[in-house]
Design a binder for this molecule. Sequence first.
Ligand code: 5GP
Ligand code: MN
Ligand code: MN
Length: 317
Amino acid sequence: MKIDLKQAADVITKYKNFVITSHVNPDGDALGSVLGLAHYLKAIGKNVTCLIDDDLPANFNILPGYELLSKPGQIIEKIDLLIVLDTGIDRIGQIKELANAPILNIDHHISNNSTVDYLYVDPDRAATGEIIFQLLKFMKAAFDKNIATCLYTAIATDCGFFRYANTTALTMRIGAELLEFDVKPNLISEAIEKKTLTAVRGIALALNTLEIFKNGKIALLAITQDILAQCVSTEGFIDLARIIEGVDVAVMVKYVDENTCRISMRSKTTNVSLIAETFGGGGHIRAAGCTMHAPVGAAKETIVAAIEQSMEDSYNA
Ligand code: 5GP
Ligand code: MN
Ligand code: MN
């Protein structure tokens, strides 16, 4: 059932025991939104467990409450509500099966049409963190440094530190208001940008795989098993393809196993969410992804063909 912000607040007020979760391969918006909401719910006397069914990126250990995040181990008993943030229920790993409770799903992904008890999706918000900010305002929350740091990180990371097209005047206003609570924007961006020497050397290997298609409009990086072994994280790699002059769609194909790849896409004009959806994924118009059941070489061909087709369709439209 689709709900508004007031109904979301009512649902939260009604219950006492919560699990809050977000997507696998968690990013700043996922972790910041989960922890920002968790700090508030704890402050008003609720019982909260924060679960992410994946490994956590260590760079985010600057988030207050990072130690509260854990992987689900077993069936989670005695909870009243499962809150799913920054994703539909298709990307939360095993948590849907482990937490048998009504679901409140709050998200900003245009492709989210999850069937849940309570669904609040606002695709005009740059980050789920913005929606949590609005929800907390609605609930007359007392903001503090912990909540503000988490929500600032959530918002800043999803809008490229206030540079991407999803950055609105409201994004800036919310960011400004959060900074009033002694948030340190430089420390947050430094922690998130930080890479080990090995990881920086991994960037060189990734760049060596760069291929250009469609007269320079598509740039592709292929992260094979060998390259993956030398770089802990591929966070930010796709931006190296995205920033090339004349490129509309940057795509990264990343090895998972012999027959599985993760696809990431970024675009300036092409709707990459639609392309990702045709392969069972989703996201936003300018940033989307999916999983493809193919080896890296075949996945590359399939995704480049799909992007080329989508570009041709839009020229002909
Ligand atoms: P990334 O390339 O950073 O993994 O993802 C870019 C955007 O696409 C993110 O907003 C993410 O939530 C979305 N996305 C990535 N992979 C998937 C997927 O497999 N399914 C869906 N529904 N969204 C995805
Ligand atoms: Mn996210
Ligand atoms: Mn997000």
